[in-house]
Design a protein around this ligand. Structure first.
Ligand SMILES: *[C@@H]1O[C@H](CO)[C@@H](O)[C@H](O)[C@H]1NC(C)=O
Ligand SMILES: *[C@@H]1O[C@H](CO)[C@@H](O)[C@H](O)[C@H]1NC(C)=O
Ligand SMILES: *[C@@H]1O[C@H](CO)[C@@H](O)[C@H](O)[C@H]1NC(C)=O
Length: 764
């Protein structure tokens, strides 16, 4: 970040270290070794419950756009063993069992180079990805238990994205930039926020964090080729009734940014345009428009958004853009606010209810009620901010790569308050409690009212809940007192049958890249909780090592990382017991416990000492119960065939940008083959020499794959391919296609692959 400062630091170190000459030569140039990678993790696009809203009827039924795991690895040029990997996951959250299996797989391949200490896996918090990949009971109720079909592609995709990043490691530089993005989040629990001390609130202009912090990766040879940014806003632009797999607003932001950059090297004929994009992206939006001039018929193959097959032969790797989650707890992307669906009036301020009912109070995104448009708009706002920060990033990072990691049993942390506040006096001793969720947990939030209603017996038909619900037991008196004032709904920490209901052992991790720090938390910190943690860690780092850290040190919280344990509200917010307080598992002193334990990590990082690794989290994989039935059979009506067009595109007419074209095909369950890094849907364009070439696929925001069967156990199914002609579409002749794999024999796993093709239509 500041070469002068680093040089001073190195100079002072040189007095102590003899072998320092070569050291300062490379490190002072600010160079690192950087690797970027990305892999499809979409998973099963049918039947599996989507993770986040805990709505038992929200099962996957197609794809809005595909999910990816995006990785950056950063290593020291002096000692390439000194490295860490950060993975941004288009999933609701990380899962400790996923993290364990990823690390096991990396160890088989790379020995001790990667471990849980230097690998961070962070969820973006989309509520539209397949669930069932967490190992604790409470998080897999609505998915009918564990779902191996979700778990495996997730673990495999993360490993493959890390391998890709690993194989691509090359010399380069990293820049950091921070800026405000005002209109992509609001606070959804302002009444809880207002319970924080007035003097503390007065220090901030807003009741959510508005900063986006971006890392820009620049390859010494290729130029800029990646960006990871952190910004706090919930992945709830898509609603609790959406059934298409989607990366929600952060996935959309990533898609938009990658598409923009990945176009540039397909225009290899124009060096000046390429250079313009590489060297300065301040005018990105304008640049996009310039592409139009290249989009004549013969050259459309140089403009095929997201057709990865064409990218693999290229001279350099595609751009990787990741939009990471932060202290997301009390934020919402539904920035118009929450309104009663019956009266249209704002909901009750204290309780977010309408006539006492939480189900009627709904957060409105910017394009409400069009959730697809809201997702794109909130994605676009993050993308545009990131592009601007990318273009204007001038602070080059330099200095140490380091990390610290520990596991802490949060069911019994002894907390010694480090300062006096409404929580208690400095030196007061408190304890955290075994995990428990409060009553407001079942009420959900304005982003997903009535979530977790299964708890209240609304979900009589759920066999997994029938089985485990009977194992619930009332909390002990000690637990009731420890969790005060939380009224306990489920005493998750004290029930261990058939296996743990909630985690006890949580991973805490700090990553250092020069003067940039990532705090990896396995939870959703509220705005103020996040501010307190960042502030406290920063003060500790500066106090313990003023040579390396200063007021300029950029600190981000990476939320939902490495494991998942719901929310962390401040002590004062906890007293209000809205959803976030009710979901703060380990009692009123949870945040103070985090700050205390992170302080230990920060001291160790600043002083170069080791930390106690702590107890290991369990591996409950063998104990998992799976009740989701497999695919038995796919069939077709007599006289039909798989891929048969049931309803074709309009036979006549010319269509314009914004028009919607659909075709319906005889289909089969997409669970038979996940088509990882491939596509179920395709828009093809006819070239001047009468060849059909791909133009849009599963990954495009304009193209949707909707899949359905007439009833739960029917072997028949239909795929609808829906294309909303985007502004980027080039005039010409098009057609829609569908690809699938059918299980035609219930006693064999052999699949019949098929394709269906619509009639043609004209776009003007
Ligand atoms: C297509 O683009 C390439 C550069 O990518 C250019 O050399 C070629 O002339 C273009 N073809 C046409 C027909 O415009
Ligand atoms: C390359 O792109 C730039 C910027 O859009 C444009 O001004 C220039 O005419 C292009 N050059 C060629 C050879 O097409
Ligand atoms: C609590 O921390 C203070 C330092 O802030 C220390 O003096 C005191 O001994 C600690 N109390 C206990 C019981 O460990």
């Amino acid at each position: 970040m500041n070469n002068g400062r680093v040089n001073v630091l190195l100079a002072s170190l040189c007095i102590l270290l003899i072998a320092c000459v070569a050291f300062s030569g490379t490190a002072a140039s600010g160079d690192y070794l950087i690797g970027l990678g990305s892999h499809d993790i979409t998973g099963p696009a049918a039947d599996v419950n989507l993770m986040g809203y805990a709505n038992p009827s929200q099962n996957a039924a197609g794809i809005h756009f595909r999910l990816r795991a995006r990785t950056f690895i950063i290593a020291s040029p002096d000692d390439s063993n000194l490295r860490f990997a950060f993975v941004n996951l288009d999933a609701c959250m990380a899962s400790d069992i996923v993290t364990q299996k990823v690390v096991e797989s990396l160890k088989e391949r790379y020995g001790e180079l990667y471990s849980e200490r230097n690998v961070a896996i962070s969820g973006i918090h989309t509520h539209s990805g397949p669930g069932g990949y967490l190992q604790y009971v409470l998080y897999i109720v609505t998915s009918l238990g564990f779902v191996k079909e979700s778990f495996k592609p997730l673990v495999d995709g993360i490993v493959l994205s890390i391998i890709e990043a690993h194989e691509n490691i090359r010399p380069g530089s990293v820049y950091v930039n921070v800026g405000e993005l005002l209109n992509a989040n609001i606070n959804r629990s302002p009444s809880a926020y207002l319970n924080n001390p007035q003097e503390e609130r007065a220090r901030y202009l807003y009741d959510t964090d508005k900063d986006m912090t971006l890392l820009k990766f620049v390859d010494d040879e290729w130029g800029a080729y990646g960006a990871f940014s952190w910004y706090a806003t919930h992945g709830t632009s898509m609603s609790r009734t959406n059934r298409l797999i989607s990366g929600d607003n952060k996935g959309a932001a990533a898609r938009l940014m990658e598409d923009l950059f990945n176009v540039d090297y397909r225009l290899q004929g124009n060096e000046s345009l390429q250079d313009a994009i590489k060297s300065d992206s301040r005018n990105l939006m304008q640049t996009t428009k310039h592409f139009a001039q290249y989009l004549d018929d013969a050259n459309i193959s140089s403009f095929m958004p997201r057709m990865r097959a064409t990218l693999s032969d290229s001279i350099r790797r595609p751009f990787v853009a990741a939009f990471c989650q932060s202290n997301v707890g009390d934020t919402s992307p539904n920035v118009l606010g929450a309104f009663c669906s019956d009266t249209g009036l704002p909901c009750d301020f204290e309780h977010s209810t309408c006539n006492g009912k939480s189900q009627l109070c709904i957060g409105h995104g910017p394009a409400f009620p069009d959730e697809f448009a809201s997702t794109k708009i909130i994605g676009q706002r993050q993308f545009e901010k990131a592009a601007a920060l990318f273009g204007s990033a001038t602070k080059k990072l330099a200095g140490k790569i380091d990390y610290r990691h520990t596991y802490v049993d949060f069911s019994k942390v002894t907390v010694n308050l480090s300062s006096t506040s409404s929580e208690g006096r400095k030196g007061n001793i408190f304890k955290t409690c075994p995990a428990a969720v409060g009553f407001s947990f079942a009420a959900g939030t304005t982003d997903g009212p009535g979530a977790f209603n299964f708890v209240q017996g609304d979900d009589e038909g759920n066999p997994f809940w029938k089985f485990v619900g009977s194992l619930l037991k009332p909390p002990s008196q000690e637990q009731i007192e420890c969790q005060q004032p939380k009224p306990i709904l489920i005493d998750t920490g004290d029930i261990k049958t058939p296996y743990h209901w909630a985690p006890d052992i949580l991973p805490l991790q700090i990553l250092q890249l020069g003067n940039f720090i990532v705090l990896c938390v396995p939870s959703e910190f509220t705005t103020m909780a996040g501010r307190r943690l960042r502030e406290s860690v920063k003060a500790t780092l500066i106090a313990k090592n003023a040579d390396q850290f200063n007021e300029d040190t950029a600190i981000v919280i990476a939320g939902l990382t490495n494991s998942y344990s719901q929310y962390v509200a401040t002590y004062e917010e906890y007293q209000v017991q809205r959803y976030e307080g009710a979901s703060t598992l380990y009692g009123p002193h949870t945040l103070s416990a985090y700050i205390q334990e992170f302080t230990k990590l920060a001291i160790a990082l600043a002083e170069g000492t080791v930390v106690d690794p702590g107890p290991s989290p369990p591996d409950l994989l063998d104990k998992q119960i799976e009740l989701l039935p497999g695919v038995v059979l796919d069939a077709i009506p007599p006289g039909s065939h798989f891929g048969n067009v049931i309803d074709d595109v309009p036979a006549e007419g010319t269509f314009n940008k914004g028009d919607i074209i659909t075709a319906r095909f005889q289909s089969a369950c997409p669970r038979n083959d996940l088509f990882t890094e491939r596509t179920y849907t395709l828009v093809e364009k006819l070239t001047a020499d009468q060849k059909w070439i791909p133009a849009y696929d599963d990954d495009d925001l304009s193209l949707r794959f909707l899949w359905s069967r007439p009833s739960t156990f029917s072997p028949f199914s239909v795929a609808t391919v829906r294309w909303e002609i985007p502004d980027s579409a080039v005039p010409g002749t098009y057609r829609l296609r569908h690809f699938g794999a059918a299980k035609t024999n219930p006693f064999s796993n052999k699949l019949q692959y098929f394709t269906g093709t619509s009639g043609t239509f004209l776009v003007s």
